[in-house]
Design a protein around this ligand. Structure first.
Ligand SMILES: Cc1cc2nc3c(=O)[nH]c(=O)nc-3n(C[C@H](O)[C@H](O)[C@H](O)COP(=O)(O)OP(=O)(O)OC[C@H]3O[C@@H](n4cnc5c(N)ncnc54)[C@H](O)[C@@H]3O)c2cc1C
Length: 392
């Protein structure tokens, strides 16, 4: 058995595919998560509160805009590094990873890719340093899986835009300073607008009573005749492809992140199976428990290979949206199944907050739903391989 078996399952020596820089970044993130997230996360999840004191730390490890160029305050890293950072953060908690994903891929990415130079200079350094937290408003109360049906809209009033509508299920909304809001213009075309806290008519009520992602703040975005300055429109891309481009980047990060949650569940269950004895033997000696553990490590290893290969394709700018969908769908399902099996290995202890497994399991119910549900990603793969649209 390798000495690091409990820390980072690496059954196929995937470390050999990583550069020294990748490993340094991953190990530094892992250490930070162990020091700054693991000791506090259960308490914050139980309280249903986001631990705001970690924002500076997330910025320091490069979790806000890992692949955004350094000239805008980002870390200028490649896609594998981005994935490894997400993996290690989600080993701590999917809710914390969600905050980092939203900030990087759903707020900084559209400003970087679809914004102008003035917008990049104004927002990106503040978002990279964590001085400002952002959120991304696409989903609406009546339009989730089908965002093209959105009714949030803006009118050109000459010297400003007038924004009306509502968004639901928005991560970071209750405390974000900046929102990237997707809305239709008078011609029905989708555009991104940068809306700032404090604009009159803009409010962000929190969504309570979640059983999942409890350490991540979720809320609504309500726009009641909000006057948005014209310079806040993202000028360089419009149409549904603009928000979908952001989702590609976030979904890729989730494909890695889910592996982190699964690794933590596997580690915990493996350790427990060696320590817990019943009928005079460690439960890990029973074949039924070994089946669970053997299947977990097999699935984790397959997911690692998928994520790594996708990272290489993304570094070469060759990954398709459908390839990203496949990895998000597979890896999140893998993680939720690992969490469910791992929980059983812990028996009654598995349902307590003494261990992280049940929290991961509940968190993953959101992860399998947001950024495209499990069904929607299957339909994307189905469309890609058959050329036939199964959505409608
Ligand atoms: C904790 C959390 C955080 C979130 N954060 C954000 C955020 O930051 N920003 C944001 O914009 N959104 C966010 N979301 C919203 C998320 O992306 C949506 O919940 C998701 O897209 C699904 O939309 P819906 O909930 O309206 O479900 P619906 O679209 O109503 O789907 C309900 C069910 O119907 C199925 N279904 C829908 N269409 C089809 C079809 N054509 N064929 C077969 N089955 C179908 C779905 O798979 C699902 O099982 C978040 C959600 C959660 C839970």
């Amino acid at each position: 058995m390798k000495p690091d078996v409990f820390e980072a399952p690496d059954y196929y020596n995937l470390d050999e595919l990583l550069s020294e820089e990748h490993k340094l970044i991953r190990d530094a993130t892992r250490k930070w998560v162990k020091r700054s997230i693991s000791p506090i996360i259960e308490d914050y999840a139980q309280k249903a509160e986001f631990p705001k004191q970690i924002i500076g730390g997330l910025a320091d490890i490069g979790a806000f805009g890992p692949y955004i160029p350094m000239q805008y305050g980002g870390a200028g890293l490649d896609q594998i590094s981005y994935g490894l950072i997400m993996q290690e953060i989600e080993r701590g908690d999917s809710g914390i990873r969600s905050t980092a994903s939203v900030q990087s891929s759903l707020v900084m990415y559209p400003i970087w890719k679809y914004g102008n130079e003035a917008q990049r200079k104004k927002y990106l350094p503040k978002l990279a340093s964590g001085e400002w937290i952002g959120c991304f408003g696409l989903t609406e109360p009546d339009h989730g899986s089908n965002p093209s049906g959105m009714v949030t809209n803006f009118k050109d009033m000459g010297d400003h835009y007038l924004l009306n509508g509502a968004k639901l299920w928005i991560s970071n909304a209750p405390f974000a300073q900046v929102a990237i809001v997707w809305a239709k213009n008078e011609a029905g075309r989708i555009h991104g607008l940068i809306v700032e806290r404090g604009m009159e008519g803009f409010s962000t009520p929190e969504t309570h009573n979640k059983w999942s992602l409890r350490a991540s703040a979720t809320g609504e975005l309500i726009f009641d005749n909000v006057k948005v300055p014209k310079e806040n429109l993202l000028p360089n891309k419009s149409g549904l492809g603009a928000p979908l481009g952001c989702l590609d980047s976030a979904r890729y990060g989730i494909a890695w992140g889910a592996i982190g949650a699964a690794m933590d569940c596997y580690d915990t269950a493996l350790r427990y199976s060696k320590e817990r004895t019943q009928f005079g033997k460690p439960i890990g000696q029973f074949q039924l428990q070994q089946k669970k553990l053997a299947e977990m490590i097999t699935e984790i290893t397959k997911a690692q290979l998928l994520a790594w290969r996708l990272g290489v394709l993304r570094n070469e700018d060759k990954a398709t949206s459908a390839q990203i969908s496949m990895a998000k769908r597979n890896n999140v399902e893998m993680a939720i199944n690992v969490a469910r099996e791992a929980r059983q290995i812990l028996g009654g202890m598995g349902i307590t907050g003494e261990y992280s497994i049940m929290r991961h399991m509940m968190n993953l119910e959101s992860v399998i739903t947001y950024e495209g549900t499990h069904d929607i990603h299957l339909l994307i793969t189905g469309l890609d391989v058959t050329g036939l649209n199964g959505f409608k």
